[in-house]
Ligand binder design. Structure first.
Ligand SMILES: [Mn+2]
Length: 333
């Protein structure tokens, strides 16, 4: 059984055995990956080890809200980019690596990490491609990596600075779709720890504030949704209007409610690319539906990106893919 107290002891031993700690959030990091990485930094700091949080994606390819969070950390917390990482790696040292909020090589910058120099702290389901590591704490019942790391910080009795507490809070809000998608007792315990450290829901929500024009686009696209005959909602962006990935995802999030099994959004990303976002209740497999369009993801959330076609054509293909075969039948049905 996974135990935070075991993780605490194992991690402490490995960190103390080594000189340099690299904390690796996944590529294109989100609030959960960054919040959890900062929490892990507090542990390396307490154990007096030199540590670095590697951002493996260029800043221009990271969402605005996450960029703002990273900028806020610069100079205060040890955030580094790929260039600095490669320079540091030229000076050999005993390194230990902690991957957080991911468990597969394709999700992180550094692909080759020896098993005995790697710990994984994650809440995504393990797959055959997952890394092999000497410490593995993968708990798909946890809402987020931030929840796991907050519990770990409590186990260490580390005082969490208020800014990091708010980033961890934002991580939990993101992965639970602001506590609308998932809610557990352990999550509430973690939130309580963060509130004790001075965080609040309203301060954490600040990280989500997108600019007013973006909000208006999302509101308009949400309002344009139609109800399909098969308990699904679909919203299609205008052909000549360009949307960001985040705007389309937020619209799909908005559209999913208890009255429907799935929500779908189609929009133009520019550069000849059209995106489809899917969100599904547990009765339907978003990954399978997006798979028919050449994309993928998880059961509850998936996406596809199609090049060199038109919006009406993508909508036609999507309607073909939304078939009863993708319904998940419960035992005995
Ligand atoms: Mn996460």
């Amino acid at each position: 059984m996974l135990r935070i107290s075991n993780l605490r002891v194992d991690l402490e031993n490995k960190i103390l055995e080594n000189e340099r700690i690299f904390i690796m959030p996944h590529l294109k990091p989100d609030f959960d990956a960054i919040g959890a990485s900062l929490g892990l930094h507090l542990i390396a700091e307490k154990l007096k080890r030199d540590d670095h949080i590697l951002i493996g994606t260029p800043m221009c390819d990271i969402d605005d809200g996450v960029q703002a969070m990273i900028e806020q950390c610069r100079g205060k917390y040890p955030v580094i980019g790929v260039k600095q990482y490669e320079a540091l790696k030229k000076k050999p040292a005993n390194d230990f690596n902690i991957i957080c909020d991911a468990n597969k090589p394709c999700r992180v910058y550094e692909q080759n990490i020896p098993k005995d120099r790697l710990a994984i702290v994650d809440h995504h389901i393990k797959s055959p491609e997952s890394f092999e590591s000497c410490i593995e704490y993968i708990d798909p019942t946890a809402t987020s990596a931030s929840e796991i790391v907050t519990r770990l910080l409590s186990a260490y009795r580390i005082k969490i600075p208020t800014d990091i507490a708010n980033m961890l809070y934002a991580g939990i809000l993101l992965d639970t779709r602001r506590i609308q998608k998932k809610e557990t007792a352990k999550m509430h315990t973690a939130l309580s720890t963060l509130v004790s450290a001075g965080a609040s829901q309203s301060d954490a929500q600040e990280y989500f504030t997108e600019d007013i024009f973006s909000n208006m686009k999302v509101d308009k696209l949400t309002a344009a949704a139609v109800l399909l005959e098969c308990r699904m909602k679909l919203s299609v962006g205008e052909e000549d209007k360009i949307y960001t990935d985040t705007e389309l995802s937020r619209t799909a999030d908005n559209l999913l409610d208890k009255k429907v099994d799935g929500s779908f959004v189609v929009g133009n990303l520019g550069d000849g690319k059209i995106a489809v976002k899917a969100r599904c209740q547990p009765t339907l497999d978003a990954n399978e539906i997006m798979g028919d369009l050449g994309g993928g993801g998880g059961q509850d959330s998936a996406a596809a990106e199609i090049k060199g076609t038109s919006i009406p054509e993508v909508v036609r293909e999507l309607k073909k893919a939304i078939l009863p075969k993708h319904y998940i039948l419960k035992d005995g049905q």
